[in-house]
Write a protein of this length. Sequence first.
Length: 374
Amino acid sequence: MAHGTVRGGISALKDKRVRHLPVRAKSPARESFGGKALGRGDRFLGVDVGSVTTKIALTDGDGQIVYEDYIRNEGGPISAMLEGFKRLADGGWTEGVRYVGTTGSGRLLAKVIIGADVVKNEISSHAKAASFLFPDIGTLIDIGGQDSKIVFFKDGYPVGFNMNTVCAAGTGSFLDHQAARLGIPIEEFGEWALRSKSPARIAGRCGVFAESDLIHKQQMGYRKEDLIAGLCAALAANYVTNVARGQKIRPRVVFQGGVAANVGIRKALEDKLGLPITVPPHFKVMGAWGAALLARERFLEDPSRPTAFRGVSRIAFSSARSRGFECSDCANSCEIQEIIVEDRVVARWGSKCGKWEDLGRRSPAALDEAGACR
């Protein structure tokens, strides 16, 4: 097996925790703060809250991953985060966290629940981790639960990106749905595609058309492996057309995100691009790793600034929830969402006039709860 690639499909997703993985990026020169070198006991934490999963990455002082976790948001992102921190605490990873970064579509939610020092979008975080691990990167392919991204690099620095717009064909949730419909565990989906000798032609320009075509050809008696291989090829073509959008794909091509575990999609992309694709050893948590690396950078800029992090143990054993209400004070009828940590409102979103930014103001939802408790 070539260095820096992953074989064997999506089975790695079954492992909830991976510690001290043997493949390591080249360590940078040891940096220091206040005359003291960053040591192995110094930690930096990244949390990536996505639409389908929550990822956690903990690094040492050199930026190398010492712990990672991948949790499905089945009970919602708040419960997934709390579960992740319980696992951190159970594993003994409670001390030495200097700074924390959050990313993903739920990065602001994560910030107020755990107390983050750095909040970055997914493009910045994924690009940071990829270029840290592969300085020669030319193109980054990232396919997650409900979106797809491509980032273009020059001399190791990101210079442009595209994202999918409306169509979610080829994303993790779409593939999960198709695997369930075909009666195949998602962990085996890619391996089935590799068995095909005659892939079916599937319309891949839209998720609805792809599923319709798949059902039609299934009813015509096509073999499952041929249907799956055809679907992988169609989704790879969809990605190149609708996400890359004619931009030049330069090597090295790095493929990360949960879908990178699917060897069928990876082979279809390699065939479509005519280039080898590298899947990094931590492909599931690259966004979280990037957030941790960005937190490390921020810490080194000003080590005297105290962290906002609430602490692993405190988060692991605290309560957090959301509560919503509609403000009827004006014609805007704003839908307000409150985030409550340890029975205290720590954030509100959705107010157009700014009135509800005053966290000391009691909301109708709070008054209703207080009345119900009498």
